[in-house]
Design a protein around this ligand. Structure first.
Ligand SMILES: [Zn+2]
Length: 237
């Protein structure tokens, strides 16, 4: 895109202090293109990142439509297909690739990413992704939500705690996941996904003040700096 066009299109966010040249160089992988991932990828396309790598093996189901950004005509399609098509209409300058497979099977697709968004719905895959980011020194922006609560965390290699520095609850259904059977509403999804984007913007501008945020519909936001756990088997093993 020419510089004048770039300035025009993004003039309002440049006015807000965003470094558009930096945003326009980002290659973003979105792992999980559902409740969080549809919103995260949409916002990244609006912001004008260089590339989006969409990874999700699922197809659009009717029960997704209360919170995931799909149309009724998308029912039965791969989520990555429907999302790519929609985002190309938002911003045709973003290079979009898609993988309708489990992320573990397409590990090499993550390689070009400058940042990875965890928009997953299960702990097992989340742990795999966290391990991948630690091993490959990739920045990870995690989002998770269930019903009226959610959390957001950024992992910056060598600087902040990884997702496993804070142990997961023993019962995987207790927290930190969003499985098919959980309650899921559009407001929680929207808030968590947008805070993931805020984290991304803050990271890009070296303005991260807190690496962990929890959200509860009843109690609002809590901001914390999660310390690196030197006993963590993943980032200090
Ligand atoms: Zn750790």
């Amino acid at each position: 895109m020419k510089l004048t066009e770039l300035k025009n299109r993004f003039s309002r966010q440049i006015k807000a202090g965003f470094n558009q040249a930096k945003i326009s160089k980002q290659r973003c992988a979105v792992v999980g293109v559902g409740g969080l991932g549809t919103i995260v990828s949409e916002k990244l396309a609006m912001l004008g990142v260089k590339e989006l790598i969409l990874i999700d093996m699922d197809m659009v189901d009717k029960s997704n439509l209360n919170r995931q950004f799909f149309y009724e005509k998308d029912l039965g399609r791969y989520k990555v297909d429907a999302t790519k098509e929609k985002l190309e209409q938002f911003n045709s300058n973003v290079w979009i690739t898609k993988q309708p497979k489990p992320v573990q099977d397409v590990e090499s697709a993550l390689k070009p990413a400058t940042i990875i968004f965890d928009c997953l719905d299960n702990i097992e895959t989340r742990q795999w992704l966290n391990k991948y980011c630690v091993k490959n020194k990739k920045v990870l922006v995690h989002g998770g939500c269930s019903d009226v609560i959610g959390e957001i965390q950024i992992y910056i290699p060598g600087k902040t705690s990884c997702l496993e520095c804070l142990p997961y609850p023993e019962d995987p259904n207790e927290n930190r996941s969003c499985a098919d059977f959980d309650a899921a509403i559009c407001t929680t999804n929207g808030i968590v996904a947008n805070k993931q984007i805020d984290m991304f913007i803050d990271w890009l501008h070296n303005k991260i003040k807190f690496n962990w945020i929890s959200y509860s519909r009843n109690n609002g936001m809590r901001y914390r700096n999660m310390k690196i756990n030197t006993g963590c088997k993943i980032c200090h093993g």
